[in-house]
Design a protein around this ligand. Structure first.
Ligand code: AMP
Ligand code: MG
Length: 324
């Protein structure tokens, strides 16, 4: 088991222990509003290598580098006017901007997979304060074994990675519950690289223009969060279920009619009132619970593809994809 420090009860201890551990080049479990991150010093190659080792990630992929604020981000990346406008509107928050890296930025190529761009986000709350204290960017993918369900609580992190890391900061359940939305501005166009915890419509409202969405077929190349099979529970996953068979657990949204619901091993309600934010916050925890119920298959009722539903459905399609 890793050591847990509750950030509300002991914020000073949390900052002191976390900065010491990070300075030793070790990754920590870090709460953010999206999901829990496995965070390490983005300027230290040994520390970044330990992220990959801890997650059992097979390949080096670009990691999101977390900053304390826009001013810090500008030290590492070059902002075009649209990216700056989005940063001012949505940071701190669940938006990652892919930007040209400044030469000599100090971010190690292991964190960017050798690209000349860097994905940057300013997280809300404690993580931002920790980065300010550490004064170096933190590379942080989600704190889970590669390909598995993302962690949205300190206990999730401990169950999965507790044997491999020494410190987990505990801030309770992640309020957003899905990873950040990733965009990249190119030639004045805003490309949506990954739907996430900030609805695309919010970005379009601030930018005053529509996002360019990637064609599904080419998505796999650009991003690990875009591998076909990802977010996978042990059980199989079935989408748009309207009925339930033996040995299935049901995760439903709203109050749809589901035939044979009495057969379900477990029934979990993402949001009885049909609130997509509430559903996103519950998603990964409920997938883990349905998995633990012993169900052979987890059936999901239909979830609308609007607002945060776009991110939820993106994760569910990957969870349902054929496993490698
Ligand atoms: P994860 O490590 O699972 O949180 O995923 C991080 C996401 O950020 C992946 O989808 C990456 O491909 C994406 N990302 C980070 N940096 C870049 C970059 N420089 N260019 C494109 N995508 C990036
Ligand atoms: Mg992940």
């Amino acid at each position: 088991m890793a050591r847990h420090i509750d950030i509300l009860e002991n914020p000073e201890t949390a900052i002191a222990e976390a900065t010491t551990t990070l300075a030793e080049g070790l990754p920590i479990g870090l709460p953010t509003e999206t999901v829990y991150g496995l965070a390490a010093d983005a300027t230290n190659p040994a520390a970044i290598a330990r992220i990959y080792e801890t997650k059992g990630r097979p390949r080096f992929n670009p990691l999101i580098c977390h900053m304390s604020d826009l001013a810090m981000a500008e030290r590492y990346a070059v902002f075009d006017p649209i990216s700056r406008k989005l940063a001012e509107a949505f940071w701190p928050g669940p938006l990652t901007l892919v930007l040209p890296l400044r030469p000599e930025s100090g971010i190690h190529p292991l964190a960017t997979a050798g690209l000349d761009t860097v994905g940057i986000r300013v997280p809300q709350g404690f993580a931002g304060a920790l980065i300010r204290a550490f004064d170096r960017p933190l590379a942080a993918p989600s704190a889970n074994t590669s390909g598995k369900i993302s962690a949205t609580s300190a206990d999730h992190v401990d169950d999965d990675l507790g044997e491999r890391i020494s410190l987990i900061l505990d801030a309770g359940a992640s309020v957003v519950g899905v990873e950040s939305t990733i965009v990249k501005v190119e030639d004045g166009e805003i490309r949506l690289l990954r739907p996430g915890g900030l609805a695309a419509s919010e970005i379009e409202r601030v930018a005053g223009k529509a996002l360019k969405r990637k064609k599904k077929a080419s998505a796999a190349i650009e991003a690990p969060g875009m591998l076909a099979s990802h977010y996978a529970p042990g059980a199989a996953v079935r989408l748009d279920a309207t009925d339930i068979s033996a040995n299935e657990a049901l995760i439903r949204f709203g109050t749809p009619d589901i035939a044979g619901i009495e057969r379900a091993i477990a029934v979990l309600d993402l949001s009885p009132s049909g609130d997509l934010s509430e559903a996103a916050a519950n998603l990964f925890d409920f997938m883990k619970r349905a998995d633990a119920s012993g169900a052979v298959t987890i059936a999901f009722s239909h979830i609308p593809d609007e607002g945060l539903g776009e991110a939820i459905n993106d994760r569910l399609r990957r969870a349902a994809a054929p496993r490698e």
